[in-house]
Design a protein around this ligand. Structure first.
Ligand code: PEP
Ligand code: MG
Length: 569
């Protein structure tokens, strides 16, 4: 039995068997001479067959993808390459992986020696194909599959792997890596999958079919628990289920403080599937629709398909509240297939509106789809992510105007009064909020990014997760400044980062003047309960006190004291 501690990102108590997924690690090939070349040949042939089949079944959706697949296929069917591998095994007695590695080395050196830029560029594709072969020989799958109900244990997961896998059998998720507001964490929260990230080396300590117990609220995973521990986790599970039921009973109650201040609770969703949870949580609309998640696998979805999805969301949310479509926030850890993956610093790189303004074909198609949805319901709003200043904002607003003119010319109906907003998630946007506010109908603060950029702490990196401190005075001063700016201008302002959904922060956010909070559906239930216990005037006093404190530790202490004293439980 071993207890491991990580970062719990969606609460839930689970006991069960594990399904382990590890990504292939290149460069770790064991150089072993074999006594059984026949077995190694067989292992290579099987791997070769299955990789070739896999490649033939992929339909490349972009030219880059199709070119890459063509390189894979030509390498894997090149008679010289194949006979070199067989020779390495049969004559030199290399094991199958070493034989592939040595043959690839020879193949790429020969290409590099040609000194031709085109062939030099193909070397990366050849290395990828080598990776597929090596993974297949090592029996490591490149697709995340959980065939029966189990807790998925993995080294890491990318947002697109998580989005594209069948999650119906996933009881919980345990990962070696990942920070508290990484996109994988956010997706687990939206999908209500109990998950613990940043566990260090859990994937190398676990094999398929091991027993595990996890309490994701506490961030604790127990490997091979004994009978007594299993019993105690089952009891915890019972308590968690009862609490959950109690919360759901209050879904129809208004989120109003004891002294009558109404707080509007909205949801963050990533796809059309999220609508039911918005309705079940009794939320007042969608404060953030992360549209990029719907296209991670295929950025070339037709305008028709996107418009139909957006229209469905608009129709079903009806007059509950706004439906805020954020334009594609691609890049960073949300790479679509056509994006350049070799950036040194993708989080500060070619992403969001920077990418969209260069790929106007993609941007135009999305803007038209959102405009079409605006004709369905006046609650549709459009919001731009990662805006860093007024020039950038004016450029995207200018492009939106162009697209609107095209729609008018083509007779495409849309709401001329559709509200347009900007996210405030870079420090530069927060500091110039007094300028940005003049150009938009609403603003929404993305604290996940705002925190990471303000205190220079990568939100996805578990090694420095303890330094990711939402209550850093620099963050709080920015929140207060933007809240004051919006209040003075009379422009609606919300928070749609994870901070909004954490019950312990809510008194402070209410005290700072925020009356619109957007979060995952499950958090809406907890936030509503907390708001109904609070007095807005005490929250304001709390915020005033906290804003004068010099560091995050003192703020955390002050907030903890307030929550303990004020929380009637
Ligand atoms: C944020 O940065 O707080 C935000 C809501 O956007 P995302 O989490 O998608 O980056
Ligand atoms: Mg963001």
């Amino acid at each position: 039995m071993e207890e491991m501690k990580g970062i719990g990102v969606f609460p839930g108590v689970v006991t069960g068997k594990t399904a382990v997924f590890r990504h292939a690690i290149l460069g770790n090939v064991d150089h072993i001479l074999t006594d059984t070349p026949e077995t190694e040949l067989e292992s290579f042939r099987n791997a070769h067959r299955s990789v070739l089949e896999e490649i033939k079944n992929i339909n490349g959706s972009t030219k880059e993808e199709r070119d890459m697949l063509a390189v894979y296929e030509s390498m894997l069917t090149d008679p010289d390459f194949l006979s070199l591998i067989k020779e390495n095994i049969a004559e030199r007695r290399y094991n199958a992986s070493w034989a592939v590695e040595a043959a690839t080395e020879k193949y790429t050196s020969a290409l590099a020696a040609l000194g031709d830029a085109y062939f030099a560029e193909r070397i990366n594709d050849i290395r990828d194909a080598e990776g597929l072969l090596l993974s297949s020989i090592a029996g490591i799958s490149s697709e995340v599959v959980v065939p029966e109900p189990a807790v998925l244990v993995a080294d890491y997961l990318t947002p697109s792997e998580l989005i594209q896998m069948d999650r119906s059998n996933v009881l919980g998720i345990l990962l070696d890596t990942g920070g508290p507001t990484s996109h994988v964490a956010i997706l687990c929260h939206s999908d209500e999958i109990p998950a613990i990230l940043g566990l260090g080396d859990i994937s190398s300590k676990t094999e398929d079919g091991d027993t595990v117990a996890m309490d994701a609220r506490e961030g604790i995973a127990i490997l091979s628990p004994d009978e007594k521990t299993l019993r105690s986790f089952r009891a915890r599970k019972g308590i968690a289920t009862r609490t959950e039921k109690e919360l759901r009973k209050e879904a129809d109650l208004p989120a109003v403080t004891l002294d009558g201040k109404q707080i509007h609770l909205m949801c963050n969703i990533e796809g059309v599937d999220g609508i039911d949870s918005v309705i079940n949580a009794g939320a007042e609309g969608v404060g953030l629709f992360r549209t990029e998640f719907m296209v991670l696998g295929n950025l070339n979805d037709s305008e028709e398909k996107k418009a139909a999805a957006y229209e469905e969301v608009a129709r079903r949310i009806g007059d509950r509240g706004p439906v805020t479509f954020r334009t594609y926030d691609l890049g960073g850890d949300k790479m679509a297939d056509c994006m350049y993956e070799g950036e040194e610093n993708p989080v500060l790189g070619w992403r969001a509106v920077r990418f969209c303004m260069e790929r106007k074909d993609i941007f135009r198609s999305q803007l038209i789809s959102i405009l079409r949805a605006s004709a369905v319901s006046p609650s549709v709003r459009l919001m731009f992510p990662m805006i860093s200043g007024s020039e950038e904002l004016l450029e995207v607003l200018g492009f939106l105007e162009e697209v609107k003119s095209e729609c008018r010319e083509k007779g495409i109906a849309f709401d001329e009064n559709m509200k347009i907003g900007t996210m405030i998630e870079t420090p530069s946007a927060a500091i110039t909020a007094d300028v940005l506010v003049n150009h938009v109908d609403f603003m929404s603060i993305g604290t996940n990014d705002l925190i990471q950029y303000t205190i220079a702490v990568d939100r996805g990196n578990e090694k420095i997760a303890h330094l990711y401190r939402p209550l850093h005075p620099a963050v709080l001063r920015l929140l207060k400044y933007v809240s004051d700016v919006a209040g003075k201008a009379g422009v609606p302002l919300s928070i749609c980062g994870e901070m909004a959904g954490h019950v312990e922060y809510i008194p402070l956010l209410v005290g700072l003047g925020f009356d619109e909070l957007s979060m995952t559906a499950h958090s809406v239930l907890e936030a509503r309960k907390r708001i109904r216990e609070l007095r807005a005037d005490s929250c304001r006093d709390l915020a005033d006190r906290i804003l004068s404190l010099p560091d995050a530790t003192k703020v955390e202490e002050a907030l903890r004291e307030f929550n303990e004293a004020d929380n009637p439980q």
